[in-house]
Design a binder for this molecule. Sequence first.
Ligand SMILES: Nc1ncnc2c1ncn2[C@@H]1O[C@H](COP(=O)(O)OP(=O)(O)OP(=O)(O)O)[C@@H](O)[C@H]1O
Ligand SMILES: [Mg+2]
Length: 261
Amino acid sequence: MSRDTLDSSAPAGANTMDDIAATTSAAAATPLLQARGLCAGYGDFQALYGIDLQVNEGEAVAIIGANGAGKTTLLRTLAGQRPVTAGSLAFGGQVMTGQPAHHIAGAGIAMVPEGRKLFSSLSVEDNLLMGAYTRRPGPWTLERVYSLFPVLREFRLRYGTDLSGGQQQMVAVGRALMANPRLLLCDEISLGLAPVIVRDIYRALPAIRAEGLSIVLVEQDVGQALKVADRVICLQEGRVALEGTPAGLTREQISRAYFGV
Ligand SMILES: Nc1ncnc2c1ncn2[C@@H]1O[C@H](COP(=O)(O)OP(=O)(O)OP(=O)(O)O)[C@@H](O)[C@H]1O
Ligand SMILES: [Mg+2]
């Protein structure tokens, strides 16, 4: 909330403890991330049409939707990797619309990209250290990542690409954590992995959330999304088709929003 907003909404001379408490709770209620009417695309092709998205401090929001619905484009736009063509983006109380990716990363948004995208010529440990390039102060260190995914300590000197798909995904998550983000964006972390490996990766989520991180996760497996998220958003052809809590949404609503039938 800006100073102007505060001033214009406060009665003259209002500076009692009650006013201060009200201001403090209003500040606490400010969402960590707020996208309004977000549009983005690739050249002449528009992929997102006016997305409204709010993520609160400590919240996990799942984005679901069919192939090509715009899930990856949405994450890339939030991370500043695709330009916002209309609408606005705010993070941590700062306007982020039009800011470059490195500025947004520095403010505390880290991405676990679709397809992991490890550096093939670097060891596991060096891949993890690459994540610390835009490091903010915080709890995540090599040690913490190794205790979250012990197999990575064992393989720390191997090349990233010599690992199994699941282990590579752990490196990609660990690399993003090394930046000590406030918001973690995860794009299809379970894609192509065996169920037992997916379970191992998702087991790390409570420990990550315990550090107060907010998470936006794109998940193809709707059951998995409903299990881990506080709120679910379904995209359809670049628009929000449905939004709700896992308990508040029916299967019928979800399949209608997912398939558009
Ligand atoms: N690099 C690109 N250049 C042009 N169009 C693109 C590009 N990447 C994606 N698109 C298009 O943008 C739209 C949204 O794609 P996006 O990758 O965001 O969807 P998605 O929901 O992540 O799909 P998937 O489930 O397949 O990962 C699609 O129509 C896609 O073809
Ligand atoms: Mg995608």
